[in-house]
Design a protein around this ligand. Sequence first.
Ligand code: NI
Length: 274
Amino acid sequence: ALMKLGMDRDDVSVEVLERAKSGFLGIGSSPAKVKVTYEAPDEPEEARVPIVEEAPAAEEPAEPVEEEPYVRVIDPAAPMVALTFDDGPGKRTGELLDALEEHRAHATFFMLGKSMGAYPNEIKRMKKIGCETASHSYDHPNLSKMDETGIRDQVDRTDQKLSEIIGEGASLIRPPYGAISDTMKASVGMPMILWNIDTLDWKTRNAEATVNTVMESVKDGDIILMHDIHTESVDAAVELIPKLIDAGFQLVTVSEMAAAKGIVLENGKSYTDF
Ligand code: NI
């Protein structure tokens, strides 16, 4: 088809000449005021429109970009371990969450009900990035020395605090000191999660020692005990997360690991590893 383009803008004349090359028929005036008649090359009609139009209209504001839903695939046939952090949240728990999120790693936080109110954003973020929000009692008493009323009070107050922040209570508890009584088995109402790798991080307060303790003995199905209230432990965790991944371990929550291993966790029973 023949096209007639009336141009009087210097800034577009060069482009017009370029575009007209393949089908050029003639120019009727000076290059500054171009009149081009040419056999249009084989391009779609819309592609030519901007040449004769004034400056294009301002772009529509971009639609807000929706975040992709976070999906984590766990391979039950590949090695996995559960990093667990007790006694928090603490001042550096947010940094620990940064490291977990960066590596798409999950961990389980056994938190004290009394500490939750100071860290609502960290607790919400745990849930958002796939970590498990679990109970470590309200204020760390030895539950094995308490009666049923005392135990229930510790469990319920912690669940209440957690519910105020994320809308749900805990589904796992780690008994303080790992101490378990028959009364607890009957009344705690949750699976009791112990550990099989004790880093003794609270005692050494040495990140390198904690990292070495884990890397020297870690194997598939382990539950690793650390404390995110200690700054050296957060340093250790930040180092351990990529190290464990490099060593071929998936970092999963306790519940994810149980599920992947086909273990149904039962209330009142205790578990040290899977
Ligand atoms: Ni503790």
